[in-house]
Design a protein around this ligand. Sequence first.
Ligand SMILES: NC(=O)c1ccc[n+]([C@@H]2O[C@H](COP(=O)([O-])OP(=O)(O)OC[C@H]3O[C@@H](n4cnc5c(N)ncnc54)[C@H](OP(=O)(O)O)[C@@H]3O)[C@@H](O)[C@H]2O)c1
Length: 255
Amino acid sequence: MSKPLNGKASLVTGGSRGIGRGIAQRLAEDGATVALTYNTSRQGADETVAAIEGSGGRAFALQADLADARAIPALFDLLDREFDERTGSKTIDILVNNAGNSGWGGLADATPEAWDTMVAVHARAPFFLVQSALGRLRDGGRIVNVSSGAAARAMAAVPIYSMAKAAINNLTHALAIELGDRRITVNAVAPGWVRTDMNAAVRESADMVKAIEADTALGRFGEPADIAAVVAFLASDDGRWVTGQVIEASGGYKL
Ligand SMILES: NC(=O)c1ccc[n+]([C@@H]2O[C@H](COP(=O)([O-])OP(=O)(O)OC[C@H]3O[C@@H](n4cnc5c(N)ncnc54)[C@H](OP(=O)(O)O)[C@@H]3O)[C@@H](O)[C@H]2O)c1
């Protein structure tokens, strides 16, 4: 049976765990060859690849610390080689900027170093990943940025995170204009609360979990597959007329 992403090559950053793993698995299930990146979780990345291959999909993992700007050109050198071997071409069809570090620092305890690292991973890295991808991205391709509901509904407890995600929303709009003449769509998916390591500490509090579920119209935390489904739509041909949008996928958080 023909799958919606058959023959497509994709890059998903932060595919070793959480939402990125869910996105990598979904794109592979839909037929794409998936390159996924990891930083420290080599084992997690191997598990994602094994799960994809176990279901008959195609994937491989590459290490890149996206807090380091020099990691990006090095990553694309490796990608060129790996994609060429696997698909006979260096072309990329789908780029998903998902990787994100937590570091839930507030105003009082923030340091310039923590600020730099947070903004580097959430905002600088996607910018330069797109810059490096441009020469390899097929006309009619897709860029999907994983933002957060916290970009539009700032969270006082995590001001740096909220700022960095607001930057991604703005970049999404700018890139959609810039790349429209190549029919490349650029969108952001903004999750609400999703059950991943990123908020494991929050979920240790039964009261917090109750409060979050009560504030969510659909009454539960999201799962990585809930976010991956939206990314898969945007990546597919059905998503061809959607660009420059930030789509909140939060089960209706704080409506
Ligand atoms: N979970 C939520 O409720 C939620 C809500 C809104 C938005 N989001 C966004 O969704 C995205 C994924 O979050 P998640 O919840 O899946 O988080 P997660 O489970 O903590 O996974 C984070 C991923 O990002 C990678 N990463 C972290 N720091 C990195 C660095 N310096 N360089 C390269 N990769 C790095 C990790 O790689 P390693 O493990 O290999 O180090 C991992 O693959 C993030 O952009 C996050 O802001 C999450």
